[in-house]
Design a binder for this molecule. Sequence first.
Ligand SMILES: NC(=O)c1ccc[n+]([C@@H]2O[C@H](COP(=O)([O-])OP(=O)(O)OC[C@H]3O[C@@H](n4cnc5c(N)ncnc54)[C@H](OP(=O)(O)O)[C@@H]3O)[C@@H](O)[C@H]2O)c1
Length: 234
Amino acid sequence: MTTLPENIPFTISTSDPAGSILASDRIVIGQLGQTLDGCIATPTGDSKYINSDCGLRHLHQIRSAVEAVIIGVGSVNADNPKLNVRLCDGLNPARVIIDPRGRVDLTASLFKDGLSDVIIMTSCQVDHPATGMAEIIHLPAQDYHIEPSVIIAALHDRGFYKILVEGGNQTLSNFMDAGVLDRLHLIVAPVIMGGGLSGLNLSPIDKLDEALRPEVTLYPLGRDILFDCNLAKA
Ligand SMILES: NC(=O)c1ccc[n+]([C@@H]2O[C@H](COP(=O)([O-])OP(=O)(O)OC[C@H]3O[C@@H](n4cnc5c(N)ncnc54)[C@H](OP(=O)(O)O)[C@@H]3O)[C@@H](O)[C@H]2O)c1
């Protein structure tokens, strides 16, 4: 296990577990804060907070190292997240909501806080209700599913090359199934929920030898453990 300095610096450096993002020209990184039994929220959708302060600060360090953070409409409506950088120094990333049907809660605080740009990726056929409140990008979709590679390409077109996919389950699973993630940061907390929303729900496999076995580096984050998974080596 790699040992971190006792006090993680408030400003991210390349020696931090999130620091490799700083050194990349382009990267797509997924994150999940999960329990020992693999849950990211209770059955009612409560997820604040599974991780310790140290684990949460790591999440904020990743946010500070990327240019855009992607989140599914389910998480916006469940959590009303700010998705900004509060627990370390750094700039706030642009916030990108995937909302193919136009069902986002228009009272969500990120539409009003002015902390950074808000972009909505929606499907071509939708006349999105947040027009005028966020930049709306219409993308081709099949049965309201937008290929993750198309979402990434649309962000590259706008100059966003360092991208965090922050969840939830369906969004991250889509991106993993599509093979567009370079890394996955799983922050595992010593918490047992005993049932709830699982972290990942990938296409099922028949044989264990089809399972992903990424190269993993472990970092202690207070009481949590970070599994830094290199999916390029899975
Ligand atoms: N512990 C953690 O680290 C963490 C992080 C984030 C969220 N959460 C929790 O996760 C829960 C929400 O997760 P969730 O799986 O229900 O929702 P979600 O992943 O936040 O949002 C899923 C929805 O986003 C849209 N979407 C995502 N990818 C898409 C794509 N490629 N193409 C088209 N649409 C796409 C779809 O909207 P439509 O349904 O409208 O088609 C989909 O149903 C909440 O309880 C939240 O608290 C936990």
